[in-house]
Design a protein around this ligand. Structure first.
Ligand code: ATP
Length: 846
C-alpha cells in the first residue's frame, strides 16, 4: 500500500504528456529488444539453454552462458525460439516493428488507432509470407525453416491438405491482391494505370517502328538519289565525250565551211526581249483561259460555286436547279492523330497524348439523301402562293443543306422584293414548315432566299467535321469548327479572332452541345501547355464531364474546392482573378516589349525572356460560362463588370470568353455585355424580341432547334447546323486525357488581394516592417505603378510577401487603396518626395 502510494507520488509529479513519453520509450524499447533477439536468432541456442541449470546463470564462471549466441542472451534465446521457431520464422520481425510503431505513437502523444491498419496489414503480411515460404519449404526445401517458422509451415501444410496444388494459386492471388492494396487502395485505378502503361509501351514501340521505317525510307531515298545523281553524271560525261568527238570530227571534215553550217544547226541565240515577249504571250493566253473558265461558272460567292448540281426540273415555265454542296475533302483516317503526335513531341516538358480520332463516332451514312419530290412540292407551293399575290418568279435554285433547303428565287425585274417578306406567314402555312426563314433579299444579291426545313434532317457528326483537311491542316491558334453550312462546308473560325463569343438559345436548342463542340475542337488541336479552360457552370451539370481534364486543361483559383465553378461568389472571384491575370499578362507583354501573346510566347520560347524575372509561357485561357442568366440574377454588376473588362481588353493577352444564356433578355445580355461581344451565336429562341436581343435582328425565332444556329461576327449572318458531339464521346475524350498523368501543379489564377486586410486600417502602420520596404517603395515610385506583381518580379519575392509590402506601403501613404483588379495609384511622384517621406517615417518610428 505504502509502496504504491509512493510510486503514485513519484509519477503524480509528472505531467500527463511526460508520462506518455516515458511509456512510449518503454514500449519502443521492448519492441527493439524483441527485434534484436529475432535478428540474432541461432537455432543451437535453444538446445544449449535447455542444458543449462539455474545455478549456471548465477555462477561466476560464465562458460556455458557465453556460448549462447543470441544478442539478448538467455532471454533472447527464449524469445527468439518462440517467435522464430514456433511462430512465423524471421517474418515475426513484423511483431516488434508493430510494437515500436505503437511506442512511437504513444511517445508522440498521438492517437494509437492510427496503427490499426498497419497492424492488420503487418500481421496479415507476416502470416501470408511465412505460409508461402512454408509451402515452398514443404514442397521443395529451397528455403530454411527459420524463414517460415513452425506456424507458417503448419498453415501451409493444412492448406495444401485441403486445396492440393491449388493452394499455391490461392496464396499467389492473396499475395498479389495484398500488394496491390498496399500500393494503391483503388484497384480499379491500378488496373487503369497498368492498362495505361501497356498502352504507353505499345505506343512507344509503334513510335520506334515508325521512326525506324522513316529512317529506312530516308536511307533508301538517299541511296536512290545518289544512284540517280551518278547516272546523270555518267550521262553528262558520255554526252560531253560524244560532243567533243563530233566537234573534232566536224572540224577535221570541213574546215572552210564551218561557220555557216554550225550557224544552221545550233538554235539561234535568243535575246532577253524575245524571252520576255514569249512569256507575256503565254501569260495572256493563260489569263484568257482562266477568264473563260470563270465565265462558265456561277458568278456567286465561292461557297456557292462548289455546290454540285444534281437535278433540273422544267415541268412548268419556271426552272429549278437543285444543288448539294460537295462538302470538304476528308483527311486521311490517321492524319490528325499523326499531326498531333508530332505536336506533342514538341513540348517535352509533359508527356501528353492528344485524343485520337477513333474516340469519335463515325457517321452512319455519307451525306444526306436529297428528297427531290419534297423539293418539287415546295417549289410548287412557293410559286403557287406568290403567283396569287402577282409575284412572278423567273427561276429557282434549291440548295440542299443538312437541315434546311435554301430556295433562291430570282424574281421578275418589276417585283418589289420586300413585298415577298410580308407573305412569310402565308408561305409558312402553305409549306406547313415549322421554321421558315425569308431573306428578302439575300444580302448582297438581288435574289430572295427562303429556307425551308428538310423533312428528314441530317445529323452532322463531329468526326465528319474534325476529320476534314480544312480542320486538320488549319493553322488557327484556337480553331473551332462549329458544323456545316447550307453548302455542306465546314464552318470554321479562330476563337482568337472573334475574340469573344456570346451564345443564346432556348432550353433544349443545343447550346450545351454547341459548347461541347467548341471544347472538343480545341482539345483535338491544342496542347495543354497552350490552352487552359476556366469553366463556370451555375447549372452544375452541363460541364461536370470536364472535371476529368482538370490536371491538364483547367485553370482555377489556388485552393479552389471544385475545378468547375458552380457557385456565384466563386464565379465572381474567379472572374476578378482573371482580370488580375490579364493585368499581369499585360505587364509581362510590356516588359517583353511585344504586342500580343503570340509574339510574347515566341520570344519566351526562343529564350529571349528571363524566367527569373517572372516571365513564363502563357497559355490561352478560354473562359466558358454556361448560363450567364443565373449569375446576372444573383450578382448583377459584380459579374457584369469583370466580364465587360475582360471582353474589352483580354484579347491581346490570350483570354477569350464564351458566354451562353438561355434567357437573352436585356437584363442578362446587357448593353455593356453586348457591346463587347461582336461574335454571337443564336440557337432557336422563343420570340423575335429574343432574337433581336442577341442578333440585333429577327431570324433566330425561326430556327428549328437541335443545333440549328445562326452565326454572326458583326457582318453577315450564316446559318449552320451545329456538329453533334454526344455525352459518350465527351466521356471517352475526357477519360483519354484524364487517365494521363498531367501536370504536377495545376494552372493557378492569381490570388486576389484580401479586401479587408488590404483596404482596412491596420493599427500600427510600421509594425513588422519588411526589410525590402524601402526597395519596394523605390520600385513602385520609379514605375509609378502600385502592383503586387511588379514587386514580385522586380524584387523576386513571393506573392504573399509582395502583397504584405503593398499593404505597408498603403499604410505609409505611398500607394492608394485597393482598387480590385487594377493596380493601386502611386501617391508619391518622385524619389525626392519619397526620401522625405521615408525620413519622416523613421522619425515617427523613433
Ligand atoms: N447539333 C446537334 N445535332 C443533333 N441533335 C442535337 C444537336 N444539338 C442538340 N441536339 C439535341 O438536342 C438536345 C438538347 O440539346 P442541349 O442539351 O445542348 O440543349 P441546351 O440548349 O443546352 O438545353 P438546356 O439549356 O436545357 O441545357 C440534345 O440532347 C440532343 O438530342
Amino acid at each position: 500500500m505504502a509502496k504504491s502510494s509512493k510510486s503514485g507520488g513519484f509519477l503524480g509529479g509528472l505531467s500527463e504528456s511526460r508520462k506518455m513519453e516515458i511509456l512510449g520509450i518503454l514500449v519502443m524499447a521492448v519492441g527493439g529488444l524483441i527485434g534484436f533477439s529475432i535478428v540474432t536468432y541461432n537455432p543451437s541456442d535453444y538446445t544449449l539453454i535447455q542444458s543449462l541449470s539455474t545455478d549456471s546463470l548465477f555462477a561466476l564462471d560464465q562458460g556455458p552462458v557465453l556460448r549462447i549466441q543470441n544478442g539478448l542472451g538467455v532471454i533472447g534465446a527464449y524469445l527468439a525460439h518462440f517467435f522464430v521457431h514456433l511462430l512465423f520464422g524471421y517474418m515475426s520481425i513484423i511483431i516488434p516493428l508493430i510494437i515500436i510503431g505503437y511506442g512511437w505513437l504513444i511517445f508522440r502523444n498521438r492517437d494509437i488507432s492510427l496503427m490499426l491498419w498497419p497492424t492488420a496489414y503487418g500481421i496479415w503480411g507476416m502470416v501470408l509470407l511465412s505460409t508461402i515460404l512454408g509451402w515452398v519449404n514443404t514442397n521443395y526445401e529451397w528455403v530454411e525453416s527459420v524463414w517460415n517458422g513452425s506456424a507458417g509451415f503448419y498453415i501451409a501444410r493444412v492448406l495444401q491438405n485441403i486445396t492440393g496444388i491449388g493452394s499455391i494459386i490461392i496464396l499467389s492471388v492473396l499475395l498479389l491482391t495484398t500488394l496491390l492494396a498496399l500500393l494503391d487502395r483503388d484497384l480499379q485505378h491500378t488496373v487503369e494505370r497498368v492498362k495505361d502503361w501497356i498502352a504507353n509501351v505499345k505506343q512507344s514501340y509503334a513510335d520506334w517502328k515508325e521512326r525506324r521505317r522513316q529512317k529506312k525510307e530516308e536511307k533508301r531515298k538517299r541511296k536512290q538519289q545518289e544512284a540517280e545523281q551518278k547516272e546523270i553524271e555518267k550521262q553528262r560525261q558520255a554526252e560531253q565525250q560524244m560532243r567533243e568527238k563530233s566537234q573534232t570530227k566536224e572540224k577535221q571534215r570541213a574546215k572552210p565551211q564551218t561557220k555557216t553550217e554550225s550557224e544552221e544547226e545550233e538554235p539561234e541565240p535568243r535575246s532577253i526581249d524575245d524571252i520576255v515577249e514569249e512569256s507575256q504571250k503565254r501569260d495572256r493566253e493563260r489569263m484568257r483561259q482562266e477568264k473563260e473558265e470563270v465565265k462558265s461558272l456561277d458568278q456567286r460567292p465561292r461557297a456557292d460555286i462548289e455546290k454540285k448540281k444534281i437535278a433540273e426540273d422544267e415541268e412548268d415555265d419556271v426552272d429549278i436547279s437543285v444543288y448539294v454542296g460537295e462538302g470538304d475533302e476528308q483527311a486521311g483516317e490517321k492524319e490528325l492523330d499523326k499531326q498531333n503526335k508530332d505536336k506533342a513531341k514538341e513540348v517535352p516538358k509533359v508527356r501528353y497524348k492528344f485524343p485520337t480520332i477513333d474516340l469519335l463516332d463515325s457517321p452512319p451514312n455519307e451525306g444526306n439523301d436529297v428528297d427531290l419530290d419534297e423539293i418539287k412540292e415546295n417549289k410548287r407551293i412557293i410559286l403557287d402562293k406568290l403567283k396569287r399575290h402577282n409575284i412572278e418568279i423567273r427561276s429557282i435554285n434549291a440548295i440542299v443543306g443538312p437541315t434546311v433547303t435554301l430556295y433562291e428565287l430570282d424574281p421578275a425585274p418589276d417585283v418589289k422584293i420586300s413585298k415577298i417578306e410580308s407573305y412569310a406567314n402565308d408561305l409558312k402555312m402553305a409549306t406547313a414548315a415549322k421554321g421558315l426563314r425569308i431573306m428578302a433579299p439575300i444580302p448582297g444579291r438581288s435574289a430572295v432566299g427562303i429556307e425551308v426545313p428538310n423533312g428528314s434532317r441530317e445529323t452532322v457528326f463531329i468526326k465528319s467535321v474534325l476529320n476534314t483537311k480544312k480542320f486538320v491542316e488549319s493553322d488557327f491558334e484556337l480553331p473551332v469548327a462549329f458544323g456545316k453550312t447550307i453548302e455542306n462546308e465546314v464552318f470554321m473560325v479562330d476563337l482568337t479572332k472573334m475574340p469573344h463569343l456570346l451564345i443564346a438559345g432556348a432550353t433544349g436548342s443545343g447550346k450545351t452541345v454547341g459548347i461541347n463542340t467548341i471544347i472538343t475542337c480545341l482539345l483535338y488541336k491544342c496542347h495543354p501547355d497552350d490552352l487552359k479552360f476556366v469553366m463556370i457552370d451555375p447549372k452544375k451539370i452541363e460541364l461536370s464531364l470536364f472535371q476529368k481534364i482538370e490536371k491538364h486543361f483547367l485553370a482555377t483559383l489556388p485552393g479552389a474546392e471544385e475545378p468547375i465553378i458552380t457557385d456565384t461568389s466563386a464565379a465572381k472571384e474567379t472572374l476578378e482573378s482573371l482580370t488580375k491575370e490579364m493585368d499581369e499578362r499585360y505587364d509581362l507583354l510590356k516588359d517583353g516589349m511585344v504586342r500580343d501573346i503570340r509574339a510574347y510566347n515566341e520570344k519566351f520560347d526562343n529564350g529571349e525572356l528571363d524566367e527569373e524575372e517572372g516571365h513564363r509561357h502563357l497559355p490561352y485561357i478560354v473562359v466558358l460560362i454556361d448560363e450567364l442568366a443565373d449569375l446576372m440574377m444573383t450578382a448583377g454588376k459584380d459579374i457584369e463588370e469583370p466580364i465587360a473588362r475582360l471582353a474589352q481588353l483580354a484579347r491581346a493577352v490570350g483570354i477569350h470568353l464564351v458566354v451562353a444564356t438561355q434567357r437573352p433578355s436585356v437584363n442578362v445580355v446587357t448593353g455593356t455585355i453586348k457591346a463587347n461581344f461582336p461574335a454571337r451565336i443564336a440557337y432557336q429562341v422563343a420570340s423575335k424580341v429574343d432574337s433581336r436581343t442577341i442578333l440585333d435582328t429577327g431570324g433566330a425565332d425561326q430556327l428549328i432547334g437541335r443545333g440549328d444556329m445562326l452565326f454572326t461576327n458583326g457582318g453577315g449572318m450564316t446559318r449552320i447546323q451545329n456538329a453533334f458531339v454526344s455525352t459518350e464521346e465527351v466521356e471517352s475524350i475526357t477519360d483519354f486525357i484524364g487517365n494521363q498523368r498531367g501536370y504536377n501543379n495545376k494552372y493557378e489564377l492569381p490570388v486576389l488581394e484580401d479586401e479587408t486586410s488590404s483596404s482596412g486600417d491596420i493599427p500600427d502602420p510600421l509594425e513588422d516592417i519588411d526589410e525590402l520596404f524601402e526597395a519596394a517603395a523605390k520600385v513602385i515610385v520609379l514605375h509609378q505603378q502600385g502592383s503586387v506583381s511588379l514587386l514580385q518580379r522586380k524584387l523576386k519575392i513571393g506573392y504573399n510577401r509582395a502583397g504584405r509590402i503593398v499593404d505597408q506601403l498603403y499604410n505609409a501613404g505611398i500607394v492608394g487603396p485597393y482598387q480590385g483588379s487594377t493596380a493601386r495609384d502611386v501617391l508619391v511622384d518622385d524619389e525626392e518626395e519619397l526620401e522625405e517621406l521615408l525620413d519622416d517615417l523613421e522619425e515617427f518610428e523613433r
